[in-house]
Design a protein around this ligand. Structure first.
Ligand code: MN
Length: 270
């Protein structure tokens, strides 16, 4: 928790991150850069929604920090890290390149890895279970909004409602009331993912998609979700002794400047 940073990197055997949403305003790219700079790993698994192509189609947003994340990942891939990229629904365009290696980054639609203690870990983004879920779009919608944005949207909505003669209605309150409902859907998602992993004979499953980091034992399968870099700044790691744990990077350090200080820049297509 000290603001002084140690120069020694944290060493892991594997790191899983997903739902970074580069190209989307809410992405905490500076936190992720700091995390990537502070860690060393043999394997880096990118579990989908790394680049938010959906959002970029709506609004072009690409500050330097987002470029730096890509450069940092490619830099690691060039040196001592094996980087596996499993595209998600926001970057589904990359699924067409499954099995191909780009700049030392291997792309796979799903991937299986053996942990240090010999467990078979299956990885996928998780959106393929959306059809088995109801209201999953709602959860994703909520997950993609920051509380600030909800308050901002609430102000705009209130202005419009007043003009039309309607009383104040709290969007923020509505969202909070739906959290309980969202929690039930998160549990449902976790159970569906774990049940499929069990059926396919895996010991453990790692996914993302719902922006809710967790490690839970569900009916004999270890369900892991590595969270997101929009609100939670979480990563799943395998320590050098085989222990698997969640890291909340925003809790660990403070001196990260906000993305808004970086000037917007268009991506360089290589
Ligand atoms: Mn997703």
């Amino acid at each position: 928790m000290s603001p002084k940073k140690s120069s020694k990197p944290l060493k892991y055997r594997a790191i899983w991150i997903s739902d970074v949403h580069l190209g989307y305003k809410g992405c905490k790219a500076e936190y992720l850069l700091d995390f990537l700079r502070s860690t060393e790993t043999e394997y880096l698994f990118l579990v989908g929604d790394i680049i938010d192509i959906w959002s970029m189609k709506r609004t072009m947003f690409w500050p330097q920090a987002h470029n730096n994340v890509i450069r940092m990942i490619l830099g690691k891939a060039k040196h001592n890290t094996k980087v596996i990229y499993i595209p998600g629904n926001h970057d589904e365009e990359f699924r067409a390149y499954s099995g191909i290696v780009f700049g030392n980054v291997e792309i796979h639609s799903e991937y299986t890895y053996e942990s240090l203690d010999g467990r078979r870990i299956h990885m996928l983004h998780g959106d393929k279970y959306d059809s088995m879920m109801q209201c999953s779009r709602f959860i994703e919608f909520i997950g993609n909004l920051s509380y600030d944005f909800i308050l901002y949207a609430n102000r705009l909505l209130d202005k419009a409602r007043r003009r039309l003669g309607f009383p104040f209605w709290s969007l923020a309150k509505y969202v909070k009331n739906n959290i309980k409902n969202a929690m039930a859907h998160i549990r449902k998602f976790e159970n569906i993912v774990a049940a499929d992993a069990k059926k396919r004979g895996y010991d453990m499953v790692v996914c993302g998609h719902i922006h809710h980091a967790d490690i839970r034992l569900i009916d004999g399968v270890v369900y892991c979700n590595d969270g997101d870099w929009i609100e939670h700044c979480t990563a799943l790691v395998e320590q050098l002794d085989g222990t698997i744990e969640l890291i909340h990077w925003s809790d660990k350090q403070h001196a990260v400047k906000s993305d808004s200080e970086a000037l917007p820049e268009f991506p360089q297509v290589a």
